[in-house]
Design a protein around this ligand. Structure first.
Ligand code: GLA
Ligand code: ZN
Length: 682
């Protein structure tokens, strides 16, 4: 497989809109050079131009664009057009159109809404991909295949129902096994024929059975991966050396992206932050999304495939980026392991849904706007930083985030999801915050991950246990790791059957040295206290913190209490515990606590284990990540200020500014919304 050797800068280029305006296409080339672009993504939504009539391919126009770009030193990321089908196909083959959960088939409309099972759609997509690969698959300009666009959603058509039943047959073998896993004897819900099973169809069918929903989501993922494999296979035949990606969507929960790791050579994703809306929270959330995406394939850099250089039209508030923010947001991706800064899109549409979406070139058509200059500055800076291409992202801490666990927890309404962002993702973000505040490189991994590179693993609400995760965590602690778990851990197996004999199951009770007995859900206006026992708090912890929403009551076996609840009938019972196990330690946080608890508690562990990228206290809104040159191991420290005011960072000796080469003073001055890249002085 051939990979690029420079940081990529560019974005979605949709010249199909402008084919009747050659002067605009000409000007695009000039402006792309001016903006320091070196990679453009082509043909994402061009099916109607690539195949105007069934079986008649027209690729000459695309070849001209690819060639023109290439002559200017701009490579092509070539998309397959399966994200949006042409009208003739929808009309002639209605089976390609998705059926909604209410059982109704959609009309020709929108995009990203085809049936992933339909043999006709697969056949059309494969024929198109084969033709594209035959024509362009060995072209030196083409550096990457971009499969489809933002795979997602689900289809409930008869073809998908039949495929789902086949999937279930393969998984369970017999109806008895399925009925047992679904605990169907309750409510007289046992299936006596496979035909009785349907997908979770809101309004008309079973849609609140947790295991059915879980299996359906697994099936949708498998079917989408299978569709992507079919797309990839058609390309591979004629284009064996060009790597493959698809653009993912960060925290999107419709698919388990972990299952895509093998079909993608490169991970890429589309990043649309809500900047300037509770700044630090947003910066940390974007940081975590980058980490989640990168961790899908930790051995290779990822690509930020889309971002807006300006406002994003579909957000409720299309805020403009404040000066400095575009550079910071772009380089934040690089700080987290991206080898690219790509935009959606190059030139603003003249009409239609996305005509006001930020683009590099606006309706004025010039290179003299604030947005264009921002983009140009990013292009110039990336151009000087090519040594960063391919650099590693070394992490010694990990957060556990498994989509199957999230799928189940998000269905358990009463206890977990009483308020938005209070479910699994809310807990994960809260746990991530101390790592962000302390400038720690952290991977966000699923249950398939190898945990041996880490010293600290934090696993909020590890409710569902699968893929040998309990054994892996046990070994991790035995061998000296520090594990942080919480309430609602080890409750059920991979079919969501609760462990008999208590939680946490599968031996995690020994690792944590306790058994959970009950969990109390608090009304929003209620709270409890977590009171540290004298001398038991970690360095820097306060005497007391607030507990809200969930308080689990546990019985200790070998664990030691570090804190207890302050009131109610469980006053004095453990609220925070530690258990020495093998050479390591396992902490258990019994209640959902205020952010300052997580900041202080995890902050103490971070300092104790020496996990900070730079050994210093960071001011609010400032964080640090480090990447490492793959060949030379030279470190690159990205010091990022997401605050709207200047910040100072105290630096130990021995740092130099990577870009100027100048040694750093003891205090590094950071402009509002800015980023400096440091290295070790020679
Ligand atoms: C998504 C899509 C793009 C575009 C952008 C707009 O990420 O992939 O085609 O619609 O959103 O933000
Ligand atoms: Zn379907």
């Amino acid at each position: 497989m051939k990979y690029w050797n420079t940081l990529l800068h560019g974005g979605d280029y949709n010249p199909g809109q402008w084919l009747d305006s050659p002067e605009i296409l000409e000007e695009d080339l000039r402006l792309m050079k001016q903006a320091g672009c070196n990679a453009m993504t082509l043909a994402i939504f061009d099916w109607e131009r690539l195949e105007p009539e069934e079986g008649r391919y027209e690729f000459d126009w695309l070849e001209t664009i690819i060639e023109n770009l290439y002559r200017q030193g701009i490579s092509t990321v070539l998309a397959t057009p399966s994200g949006a089908r042409p009208g003739w196909m929808a009309q002639k083959y209605p089976e390609v159109l998705r059926v909604n959960p209410d059982g109704r088939r959609i009309l020709f409309s929108q995009r990203h809404n085809h049936c992933y099972t339909s043999p006709v759609y697969r056949e059309k997509v494969q024929a198109m991909n084969r033709a594209l690969a035959q024509r362009f698959g060995r072209h030196p300009a083409v550096i990457l295949w971009h499969l489809s666009n933002e795979y997602g959603g689900e289809c409930h058509c008869p073809l998908c129902q039949a495929a789902f039943r086949e999937w279930l047959k393969k998984k369970y073998g017999t109806l008895e096994a399925l009925n047992h896993a679904y605990w169907n004897s309750f409510w007289s819900h046992s299936y006596s024929d496979w035909e009785q099973i349907s997908s979770p169809m809101e309004g008309i069918g079973e849609h609140s059975h947790h295991t059915l929903v879980l299996d359906w989501k697994r099936f949708v993922t498998d079917q989408t991966v299978d569709f992507m494999r079919a797309e990839a296979a058609a390309l591979r035949q004629y284009s064996p050396d060009v790597p493959i990606t698809t653009n993912m969507m960060g925290f999107y929960d419709g698919l388990n992206y972990g299952k895509f790791r093998d079909v993608c050579d490169v991970i890429s994703w589309d990043n649309y932050p809500h900047w300037h809306n509770g700044e630090e929270g947003e910066a940390a959330s974007v940081a975590m999304a980058h980490d989640l995406m990168r961790s899908l394939k930790p051995d290779r850099p990822f690509l930020m495939m889309e971002s807006s250089p300006s406002a994003t039209n579909w957000e409720p508030v299309a805020k403009l980026r404040r000066p400095g923010m575009h550079m910071l947001s772009s380089l934040q991706a690089v700080a987290h392991g991206s080898d690219s800064v790509q935009y959606f899109q190059w030139r603003k549409c003249r009409g239609g849904f996305e005509k006001f979406h930020g683009a590099v070139v606006g309706h004025d058509g010039t290179g003299s706007t604030r947005v264009f200059r921002d983009v140009q500055q990013v292009g110039e800076r990336l151009g000087r930083l090519s040594q960063l291409c391919g650099a590693r992202f070394p992490a010694r801490a990990a957060l556990l985030c498994d989509m199957e666990n999230r799928w189940i927890l998000d269905q358990i309404k009463g206890l977990i999801n009483s308020q938005p962002e209070k479910g699994f993702l809310g807990d994960l973000k809260a746990m991530y915050r101390p790592f962000f505040r302390n400038g720690v490189n952290v991977d966000v991994v699923d249950m398939e991950a190898d945990l041996t590179p880490y010293q600290l693993v934090a696993a909020p609400m590890l409710y569902l246990l699968r893929a040998g995760i309990a054994g892996k965590l046990r070994r991790f602690v035995e061998e000296g790791g520090v594990l942080v778990g919480t309430y609602w851990s080890g409750v059920a197996d991979e079919n969501d059957l609760c462990f008999l004999g208590g939680a946490p199951g599968q031996g995690l009770d020994e690792v944590f040295g306790l058994r959970a007995e009950e969990i109390d859900a608090l009304y929003p206006q209620d709270s409890n206290q977590v009171q540290l026992l004298p001398g038991k708090g970690l360095p820097g912890m306060k005497e007391s913190y607030q507990a809200r929403e969930l308080c689990e009551l546990v019985n200790l076996t070998t664990a030691q209490p570090l804190a207890v609840y302050g009131q109610d009938f469980y006053q004095g019972r453990p609220a925070l515990t530690v258990n020495r196990f093998g050479k390591g330690r396992a902490y258990y946080i019994c209640s959902r606590n205020s952010q300052d608890f997580l900041d202080d508690f995890l902050g103490a562990l971070i300092r104790e284990l020496g996990l900070r990228a730079i050994d210093t206290e960071l001011p609010a809104q400032v964080t640090v990540n480090v990447r490492e040159n793959r060949e030379t191991s030279r470190p690159y420290y990205f010091v990022q200020n997401f605050g709207g005011s200047p910040a100072q960072v105290k630096l130990p000796q021995g740092f130099a500014d990577l870009e100027s080469g100048a040694p750093c003073p003891g205090v590094l001055e950071l402009e509002p919304y800015s980023l400096r890249i440091l290295t070790k002085a020679e």
